[in-house]
Design a binder for this molecule. Structure first.
Ligand code: SF4
Ligand code: SF4
Length: 223
């Protein structure tokens, strides 16, 4: 196993993949290779959503993001010490356009291009092992890497669990492929408006994450 992957897994990340991202963020930073970091959410976090304890859920989620940020920055340092350029794409660095709810280089793009999973009907990133109960991060680098096989089409099969679980019908029946736009699979305005209203009441909505068929399988298994 490549030293970088081994190092990142030892730091506690759940899955690591490599992708060709040349040109995708060149206005921002011109590094051609992406390292996708996937960190599973603790099963406790999924149960908190079921219990509608969103305060505890977000605390748990943000703790995972902090862990991922730390790992990405340590990974950046590790690669630089090998003599290459590297840039940990942390949340604060991967600036999000709050109107469009899109970042400079979406973590999901790097993750699907690495072959670690696909975009579910819910527009969330889905892994076979943990469903969509994951947090994503990335490192960009010019270090030569052996890229994974990109996943370009949904592997959701005939499942519709997330679509049925959405309280406001924001999820479209169309399954993802990388030729579609996000609006083709989810009405992000309807989803966003509902979430904001939920926040005002001290709640939230991550039903599409917790009710994902593969998240539920992860909850039941020993991993
Ligand atoms: S977060 Fe909630 S409202 Fe938005 S798509 Fe998922 S289930 Fe629907
Ligand atoms: S619930 Fe089913 S359709 Fe929705 S993302 Fe998960 S596997 Fe795909």
């Amino acid at each position: 196993m490549c030293d970088v992957k081994k190092y990142l897994l030892e730091l506690g990340v759940s899955k690591v993949g490599y992708a060709d991202v040349e040109g995708l963020a060149s206005e921002f930073i011109d590094l051609p290779n992406g390292i996708s970091l996937v960190l599973k959410l603790p099963k406790r976090a999924i149960r908190l959503v079921d219990d509608e304890d969103y305060e505890a859920y977000w605390k748990c989620f943000h703790a995972q993001i902090d862990k991922l940020t730390k790992i990405a920055l340590e990974g950046e340092e590790f690669i630089k010490n090998l003599g290459y350029n590297a840039f940990a794409l942390t949340m604060t660095r991967n600036e999000c356009d709050m109107e469009k709810l899109l970042s400079i280089l979406p973590y999901k793009t790097i993750a699907t291009k690495s072959g670690l999973g696909w975009i579910g009907r819910s527009a969330l990133f889905v892994t076979p092992e943990y469903g969509s109960a994951v947090a994503l991060g990335a490192i960009l680098t010019d270090m030569p890497l052996e890229f994974g096989e990109p996943i370009t089409d949904s592997q959701c099969d005939e499942c519709e669990n997330c679509q049925k679980a959405c309280p406001v019908g924001a999820i479209n029946p169309k399954k993802w492929n990388d030729r579609l736009n996000r609006e083709d699979i989810i009405d992000i305005e309807v989803c966003g408006e509902y979430i904001i209203n939920q926040y005002r009441n001290g709640l939230g909505c991550t039903k599409c994450m917790s009710e994902c068929k593969l998240t539920q399988e992860y909850l039941k298994n020993e991993k």
